[in-house]
Design a protein around this ligand. Structure first.
Ligand code: HEM
Ligand code: HEM
Ligand SMILES: [Fe+2]
Length: 446
């Protein structure tokens, strides 16, 4: 069913796997740098590796969202994609922009704005690319046989994410203004519109995997996501502390961002209840495991560890330290990496007709990555808290502090190795599935 569209989705998922692996390679360069082993310094200095690590993350996640949309929207609309040709062109050009940007970083061709390092000329290509993507989806929904809430929320989330890319493309002379609007992209993406995308994909997965009525799942999930979204908008203020923005942001940011974890908690509890209540005994257990895992780990990484440094009285000490990296890793992992891996785990057997979710490998991929990530987060936490006390409370020299953290970076690298073995299992399983087959009928319709 919808075989042509599924091949596109697969191409995006395969790109995801490749870019994810490359992101981890740069993670190790960073980890070894932090241990004091910086033999690659002349070739790939820390700042280049860091920008490459985080940008590859963003690109593979965008590829994952796009692949998910190309899979979900045709099925929800009950037709093939409006234009598969346009989708292939869009896929190729996204990869091209990603690869050119990453190579450029190694020759210092970038903008010095964390997460938004892609230079301006490439930004324009991103805009054209995303417009083609959205147009194709819109036409598919428009001419589809059914128009589901899930498809519309997914589309709306992707559209808003595209619009919010634009404030990051404006040039400001004033550093305060520059930083102010950078957060419209970075914060309003992960704590705003990406959560709509997350809500829609989770909703799709829960409908398919638990067998609970679409109406029930859609209604509750969107109430929760709506709450997250609303608290997240004013929550932007948690990035405006002591930055030159007006002082009232201390209060606004503190209060509203402190509400954000409640929505994540609601989402986690809700997903667990749905999975327990669901009547359908779907054979793809590990896909449900990733789905519930996503809801739970996003609460811990984004909600709980976000709250840990969101109040102005805490953030004035922890800002920009490894405490931020502690939260950043688990939040991105729980909310968005696990979401995409859940989607891939669900979609691969549906597209290929093979049931490779049964063996030990997918199970170990789940546990090794998750235990590895919890341990990595612990290592970052130890480093971050030590850093705050030594550097900011005791006034020790910056570089001396960095050196004394090297031993904990060794712990980070060990944990990352475990995490990476899990990822290798996941990718091996992905490869074993092969490409989507024509004429495969899906195991579950909901
Ligand atoms: C899935 C959702 C989330 C993701 C992916 C995420 C990720 C990140 C990342 C990568 C950063 C570093 C950004 C930078 O410095 O450019 C960051 C910063 C921050 N996050 Fe989150 N976050 C999420 C949700 C939350 C929530 C719900 C809260 C609060 C309850 C929160 C509180 C913070 C704070 C206070 C900072 C600033 C840290 C600093 O001052 O250095 N985050 N987040
Ligand atoms: C092999 C595994 C990994 C290792 C060893 C690793 C290591 C690191 C290191 C050392 C940094 C720089 C921290 C600093 O500024 O000193 C970093 C940054 C970052 N990494 Fe990773 N990482 C890995 C995997 C991941 C994964 C899977 C994700 C997302 C799911 C991720 C997301 C990030 C983010 C968002 C930042 C920026 C954090 C911030 O702004 O504070 N990393 N990573
Ligand atoms: Fe934020």
């Amino acid at each position: 069913m919808y075989a042509k569209s599924q091949k596109i989705a697969w191409a995006f998922f395969a790109s995801c796997m490749g870019l994810f692996a490359l992101q981890l390679a740069y993670g190790f360069i960073l980890g070894f740098d932090r241990m004091g082993m910086d033999g690659l310094h002349d070739l790939i200095p820390f700042n280049t590796a860091r920008a490459t690590h985080t940008n590859l993350l963003v690109v593979w996640m965008l590829a994952g969202f796009m692949g998910s949309a190309y899979y979900i929207i045709p099925r929800e609309s009950e037709r093939e994609l409006w234009s598969t040709k346009l989708a292939w062109i869009q896929w190729a050009s996204l990869l091209l922009v990603g690869v050119v940007a990453v190579i450029g970083y190694h020759f210092n061709y970038w903008e010095g704005r964390k997460f938004l390092e892609i230079p301006r000329p490439l930004d324009y290509l991103v805009v054209v690319n995303v417009l083609a993507f959205l147009f194709n989806l819109l036409m598919t929904i428009w001419t589809g046989r059914t128009k589901s809430t899930t498809a519309m929320v997914l589309f709306f989330g992707l559209l808003m994410a595209a619009l919010l890319y634009l404030p990051g493309m404006y040039t400001f002379d004033n550093l305060v203004h520059d930083s102010y609007f950078r957060w419209w992209v970075v914060h309003l993406w992960v704590e705003g519109v990406w959560e709509l995308i997350m809500g829609a994909i989770l909703s799709f997965l829960l409908i398919k995997l638990t067998g609970i009525d679409r109406e029930v799942i859609e209604k509750w999930l969107y109430i929760i996501v709506g709450f997250t979204f609303l608290s997240g908008i004013l929550g932007t203020g948690h990035h405006y502390y002591y930055t030159g923005a007006p002082g009232y942001w201390l209060m606004v940011g503190g209060i509203f961002s402190a509400l954000e974890p409640l929505a994540f908690l609601g989402m986690a509890m809700y997903a667990i209840v749905m999975a327990r209540r669901g009547g359908r005994n779907h054979p793809n257990k590990v896909a449900l495991q990733w789905t519930i895992g996503c809801a739970v780990m996003s609460f811990i990484g984004a909600g709980f560890l976000g709250f840990a440094h969101t109040l102005p009285s805490v953030n004035m000490w922890t800002h920009g330290t490894l405490v931020t990296a502690m939260h950043g890793h688990m939040a991105f992992w729980g909310a968005y990496a696990m979401l995409i891996l859940a989607m891939i785990t669900y979609a691969m057997p549906e597209m290929t007709g093979r049931k490779l979710f049964k063996g030990w490998m997918p199970e170990w991929a789940f546990w090794l990555t998750n235990i590895g990530m919890v341990a990595m987060t612990g290592a970052f936490a130890v480093m971050g808290i030590a850093q705050v006390y030594m550097e900011r409370k005791s006034g020790m020299d910056f570089l001396e502090v960095q050196e004394s953290l090297e031993i904990h970076a060794a712990g980070l690298v060990c944990a990352a190795a475990m995490f990476t073995v899990g990822v290798i299992f996941f990718i091996k399983n992905f490869i074993a599935y092969g490409m989507p087959q024509d004429n495969v009928s899906e195991s579950s319709e909901g």
